[in-house]
Design a protein around this ligand. Structure first.
Ligand SMILES: Nc1ncnc2c1ncn2[C@@H]1O[C@H](COP(=O)(O)OP(=O)(O)O)[C@@H](O)[C@H]1O
Ligand SMILES: [Mg+2]
Length: 354
């Protein structure tokens, strides 16, 4: 085992100490010999605590990984895994890119880079640009529809006044009624475009309001559980818009037939949303135990008119996403049979210093 002091300035080994990549050295029995500061950081352990320990236990490595590591050390086969699941010492799950290289001494050199953070950011940027172009397209289309619609409605009104027989007015009523319905639909498709009226609000009051609204809709056997973090600070937001954004998500879960919905709040430190890094962000998880979002819808779920229900409009989630975007936040989700989790991230402290 090398102590930090042995890594003199100018010595190539000193580079390990400054590297951003986590580097670890294991013996052939997978006991920890050395880890650099980046590895201490990533795995949330201090080398003083754990040198000499059996590494697979520290990161809860599964049997498959243990087997591969042992044979890598024994048979001198290096291997690389683009996406591997590991746990930090505090139990935080992460996806990492992983390389194990056996050394001549039968020791094993590990290089680990956390990738889920990068994957998430790349995925989010794509999501935001896609949604933005979809919204622009719709806005253009809406304009083209609403203008002639206004003309149609006006003409029907004039015609109504000129009609000699009252029973003929039934037809002009239909024209006017349908024109109004179409205009309404187009407005909802395009989504809200007004600037949020921000005030200091308490996120738990907002969630409690949503809960009481969904409770009042009386879904059979539905239990809504709260897991609030009472230490969260207040945030500056438009309460009505946040209520609408959250309600759409919770209501979807109830309509999908969930029996339990969990509303959870947490703080996230140093969190990137789109291109902006925030010192502190609020995280709201809405987790349900329903059947999950149909696989063929998952890539398009935030687009308007995408629905899996007969009576659905497919507008709920697209409206929620644009309301949260207006607050510089983002909505993500993860869904499988029996567990669907929507997560809303909202910046709390608006700073680009992370
Ligand atoms: N929690 C959920 N569980 C299962 N399916 C969901 C859930 N949330 C959304 N969905 C699916 O996503 C679709 C789109 O939702 P949304 O945009 O609110 O439109 P709508 O509710 O009008 O269909 C729903 O029709 C449903 O198929
Ligand atoms: Mg809906």
């Amino acid at each position: 085992m090398h102590s930090r002091a042995e890594y003199d300035h100018g010595h190539p080994a000193q580079l390990l100490e400054t590297l951003n990549t986590a580097v670890l050295l294991l013996d052939a029995q997978l006991h920890l010999l050395y880890l650099n500061p980046a590895a201490e950081n990533l795995l949330e352990i201090s080398r003083r605590q754990i040198t000499g320990q059996y590494w697979p236990n520290v990161v809860k490595a599964d049997a498959v990984l243990v087997e591969r590591l042992s044979s890598a050390a024994g048979e001198r086969n290096a291997f690389t895994e683009a996406e591997l699941e590991l746990h930090s010492a505090t139990g935080r799950r992460m996806t990492v890119a992983f390389t194990a290289t056996p050394l001549a001494t039968n020791q094993l050199l590990l290089e680990i880079i956390q990738v889920d953070r990068q994957l998430r950011i790349a995925h989010e940027e794509l999501l935001l640009t896609q949604q933005q172009s979809a919204r622009e397209l719709l806005r253009g289309l809406a304009h083209e529809i609403k203008n002639p619609l206004g003309g149609l409605r006006g003409a029907a009104q004039l015609l109504e006044q000129e009609l000699p027989q009252a029973d003929l007015k039934e037809y002009t009523r239909i024209i006017i009624g349908e024109a109004d319905r179409l205009r309404n639909l187009v407005d909802r498709m395009v989504g809200p475009n007004n600037v949020p009226a921000k005030r200091v609000v308490n996120i738990h009051e907002i969630l409690e309001h949503v809960r009481s609204l969904v409770d009042a809709e009386r879904y059979a056997d539905l239990v809504i559980e709260r897991q609030y973090d009472p230490s969260l600070p207040e945030l500056s937001a438009d309460a009505d818009l946040l209520i609408q954004a959250t309600l759409n998500i919770v209501r979807n879960a109830a309509q999908a037939g969930a029996k339990q919905i969990i509303l959870r709040t947490r703080a996230e430190r140093h969190f990137t949303i789109g291109h902006h890094c925030h010192k502190l962000a609020l995280r709201i998880d809405i987790i349900d135990d329903g059947p999950g979002i149909p696989a063929q819808l998952q890539d398009r779920i935030f687009y308007p008119m995408v629905t899996g229900r007969h009576e659905g409009t497919g507008l709920g989630l697209s409206i929620s996403q644009s309301l949260i975007n207006q607050h510089q936040g983002i909505i993500e989700f993860c869904s499988e049979q029996g567990k669907t989790a929507f997560t809303i991230y909202l910046p709390l402290e608006n700073t680009n210093v992370c």
